[in-house]
Each structure stands twice: as structure tokens, then as C-alpha cells.
Ligand binder design. Structure first.
Ligand SMILES: O=C(O)CCC(=O)C(=O)O
Length: 294
């Protein structure tokens, strides 16, 4: 039986029920919503840490426990609290110097583990806050839009939208495939905190229409990403993901970085990006809502 589970786990075939059973056995009892019991559980390190790069490629996500020390964690908790964000989140965190510094730290750490490449820069940082007081959910979706500085008309570029005074566009698949999201958890995230739920392997099937997403969801099993504060969930943006409302009163704060290629085709430029030394650059200062904290 063990051999059967292992061969399912290391196979390159799309995930199936057996594979999910293995993942679940190695991670958490995800039906358990008690934080006390959850916190006594070991981190899901056994499976995910052995070969995080191949887990990210194969499943579209992996979990890195203990990325931030307690002191670093408290520092970034304090930075995010100082932003006095009124809504459930914001997409413009990369404009702050401390976020650039954290991006640089993530890049150095994750490059050493082969999880980011030298040509990837941080191109976005979203802040998500969820609690039973400030509650929200998102249906199963893929992240298809990227933040760009200006609108450029080009046949290869899809739907345009405006968010927080910035332009977003749906680029071709190759660009989306080159992105990696790094979600740094500032609080413990249990089932009661409305965790990210993912469908492993779904990043490998390209862009999906709403009907295709419904069909995929019906035919697949989801995994919740349950982590301690200071841990990170790495995720390919094409991975199908969702999250439910929280039932816990305490907050689930996440800094969601996206890393991508420094240079874009079609005359596009990123809204914001960091270079390798962590310096925030590009057009954030031009936006009306930009605020300095340095
Ligand atoms: O943090 C969450 O619960 C969901 C985030 C999300 O849907 C996204 O990053 O696209």
C-alpha cells in the first residue's frame, strides 16, 4: 500500500484521488477545524520540503514552513498594520520600501532553493486580510491579469481592467506561466481562517473558461493550504484556487508577492517592480494614491 501511495505521489500523471489521499496523509487532517488541535500538528514539511522545486512544477504549489523568524514576522505585522488598510486588501504594497526589502529576502532565499530564477523580479505585492469581522470569499479561479504601467493595444493582449488606479491586462499564456506567487503568512492559517484551497496540477492545463473551471472543480479534489505564521505558500498563478469566509475572529493576514520576468514583450512595462538589490522602481510615485513610508 505504501509503495502504491509513493508511486502515485512521484508520478508525472495528473493528480488523482490516490495522489490526493497521499498528500492529505502527509499534510493535515483538513476536516479538523480546531485551532488548538491544528497547532499541535507538525508542519507539512515531510513531503513538501524534500523537493520543493519539483512539487511547485508538478502540483503548482508548495509550502515552505518557517521562512520568517519571530522578529521578522513581528516587523512585517507592524508594517502592514501601519498601512491602515480599510478594505479586505490592496494590490499596491510593493510601493513601500519594507516590501521591497522583503521581496529581496524572498528572492535570495528562494533562488538558493531553486524556486525562483535570477531573471525573476517582484512585480506585485498584494495584502489580504480576513477575519470573521472583515470577511470575504473568492470562488475557484486562476489569476490571469498582470499589473502594467500603460495601456498598449496589441493583438496578443486580452482583457484590460483598472484596479486602484493601475492598469491590468490578461497577457498570453507564456507570460502567466513564467510567474510565481509567494504568499507570506503573517498569522496562523487554519480551516477556521478561510485558507487558500487549491486544485493540485490545475496550473498545467492552460487558461480555463468558467465552464471548464466548473467541470474541473466537479472532477477534482481540493487541498487547503494550512500553515503557521512565518511560513509561505508558493503558487503558480494559473493554479485553480479559492477561499471561503473565516469563522475565526482573529485575522489571517497574507502578503502575496508575485515574481516575474524583469522585461515584458509588446512594449509593456510593469507598474512596479524590484531589482535584485531590492530597490523599488518604476511608476508608483506617479500614481495619485501612492504614499511613501521611507
Ligand atoms: O487569499 C485568498 O484567500 C485568495 C487570494 C486570491 O484569490 C488571489 O490571490 O487571487
Amino acid at each position: 500500500m505504501v509503495r502504491l501511495l509513493l508511486s502515485a505521489a512521484i508520478s508525472d500523471r495528473p493528480p488523482n484521488a490516490l495522489h490526493h489521499a497521499f498528500l492529505l496523509a502527509m499534510c493535515h487532517d483538513y476536516h479538523d477545524t480546531s485551532e488548538q488541535i491544528y497547532l499541535r500538528r507538525r508542519e507539512p514539511r515531510n513531503y513538501f520540503l524534500k523537493q520543493p522545486m519539483s512539487e511547485l512544477d508538478r502540483h503548482g504549489f508548495c509550502i515552505l514552513p518557517g521562512l520568517l523568524s519571530q522578529a521578522e514576522l513581528e516587523r512585517y505585522q507592524s508594517h502592514t498594520d501601519q498601512q491602515r488598510i480599510q478594505s479586505a486588501g490592496t494590490r499596491t504594497i510593493l510601493q513601500h520600501a519594507w516590501a521591497g526589502e522583503l521581496a529581496q529576502y524572498l528572492k535570495t532565499r528562494l533562488m538558493a532553493q531553486g524556486l525562483l530564477t535570477a531573471n525573476q523580479v517582484a512585480i506585485q505585492c498584494n495584502y489580504f486580510e480576513k477575519s470573521s469581522e472583515r470577511n470575504w470569499l473568492v470562488a475557484m479561479h486562476q489569476d490571469l491579469s498582470i499589473p502594467v504601467k500603460e495601456r498598449i493595444e496589441h493583438a496578443s493582449l486580452g482583457i484590460w481592467s483598472r484596479k486602484e488606479e493601475g492598469w491590468y491586462v490578461q497577457p498570453p499564456l507564456e507570460i502567466l506561466e513564467s510567474l510565481t506567487a509567494v504568499r507570506v503568512h503573517l498569522d496562523d492559517c487554519t480551516m477556521a481562517h478561510g485558507p487558500l484551497r487549491v486544485i493540485p496540477g490545475s496550473h498545467r492545463v492552460g487558461k480555463l473558461s468558467p465552464d471548464q473551471i466548473s467541470a474541473y472543480v466537479t472532477a477534482s479534489e481540493e487541498l487547503p493550504c494550512l500553515v503557521h505564521s512565518g511560513s509561505a505558500v508558493l503558487m503558480k498563478p494559473l493554479l485553480l484556487h479559492a477561499s471561503s469566509k473565516a469563522t475565526a475572529p482573529n485575522r489571517r493576514r497574507v502578503l502575496h508577492f508575485v515574481f516575474g520576468p524583469e522585461v515584458l514583450p509588446f512594449g509593456l512595462a510593469w507598474q512596479d517592480h524590484t531589482v535584485f538589490d531590492g530597490t523599488a522602481t518604476a511608476g508608483w510615485a506617479e500614481r495619485k494614491d501612492a504614499t511613501h513610508d521611507h
